[in-house]
Design a protein around this ligand. Structure first.
Ligand code: ATP
Length: 285
């Protein structure tokens, strides 16, 4: 077992009885947390159709292992099912068949709200609220756990502190409707600061395709590198730099993983991934 904290004390050699039926025995919050921190995530033979289109199978037996604390880049053509994988991992939908496990435990034995606490999702279009920039960073976290110092620490790590203190009211500056007073890159860094503060062990990243200027792109990329460090990360990757630095690259095509390996391994294989890199069409716009 690769668990830091064993679930059961098995030094006696006796296998303890487990309750039958995981639906009736959801794991405790601390179990969910320690499993998420220490275990691999396995997507096993996932099949999936959206409820509104039961005739159209989107995932067709997808297998993928996300090794604990490492980065997996998911690439592939538009419509291949990359966002669908993310939706199942986030538990917005349940697989039609197959399963997702964390440290060998079926995800369905985890309470959904506990799962939400151990997963951070950073999208290309982060949702900001019409409150101050500081409140946006702390958004969704219980007040009693978040100090002003922690917010500033997260903002510094996300490369957004210097910008914030240049604002008229610093951390108390209102960001406007949906964060409209900030640029795209600034909004993304605020969202990254929020994820740093949440400090969840699992990270789902939907990388932006939209062009940021070079300086902003660099600030966002550096902030993302800080955020990904040590977390089990699945990134829908559009930037070649992200893909090259990932621990493994999974090429999703037609609802399955068709190629898996490091950047160099897949280049050597000279298959679909290599031809994508050759034509610089990783984003598949
Ligand atoms: P892209 O790179 O363009 O974002 P993708 O690889 O992420 O593509 P998905 O978004 O997972 O692909 O879509 C896979 C298929 O599922 C597409 O044919 C899409 O039309 C379909 N699909 C996505 N969301 C839904 C939904 N809510 N209901 C029905 N079909 C959907």
């Amino acid at each position: 077992s690769n668990l830091a904290t064993p679930l059961v004390n098995d030094s006696s050699g006796i296998t303890p009885k487990r309750s039958i039926g995981y639906m009736s025995s959801l794991k405790s919050a601390s179990d969910v947390r320690s499993l998420a921190f220490s275990g691999d995530i396995c997507l096993e033979d996932l099949h999936f159709s959206y409820p509104l289109r039961p005739d159209m199978e989107i995932l067709k037996g997808l297998d993928l292992k996300l090794k604990c604390g490492t980065v997996t880049a998911l690439v592939g053509p538009s419509g291949a099912g990359k966002s669908t994988v993310v939706q199942l991992l986030a538990r917005f939908y349940e697989p039609t068949s197959g399963r997702i496990t964390v440290a060998g435990e079926d995800l369905r034995s985890f309470d959904k709200s506990e799962w939400a606490r151990v997963v951070s999702i950073v999208n290309q279009e982060p949702v900001l609220f019409s409150v101050s920039v500081g409140e946006n960073i702390a958004y969704g976290l219980p007040d009693e756990y978040v100090s002003k110092e922690d917010v500033i620490k997260a903002a510094k790590a996300a490369n957004v502190h210097d910008f914030i203190i240049s604002l008229p009211q610093g951390y108390d500056t209102l960001v406007g409707e949906r964060g409209g007073l900030l640029s795209g890159g600034q909004r993304q860094r605020v969202a990254i600061a929020r994820a740093l503060l949440k400090n969840a062990p699992i990270l789902i990243l939907d990388e932006a395709t939209s062009a940021l200027d070079t300086v902003s792109e660099r600030l966002v990329q550096d902030a993302l590198n800080v955020l990904m460090k040590g977390r089990t990360t699945l990134v829908i990757a559009h930037r070649l730099s992200t893909v090259q630095n990932a621990n493994q690259i999974a090429l999703c095509s037609d609802g399955k993983i068709s190629e898996l390996g490091t950047h160099l391994e897949l280049l050597e294989k000279n298959g679909q991934y290599a031809s994508l890199v050759g034509t610089q069409r990783l984003a598949f716009e």
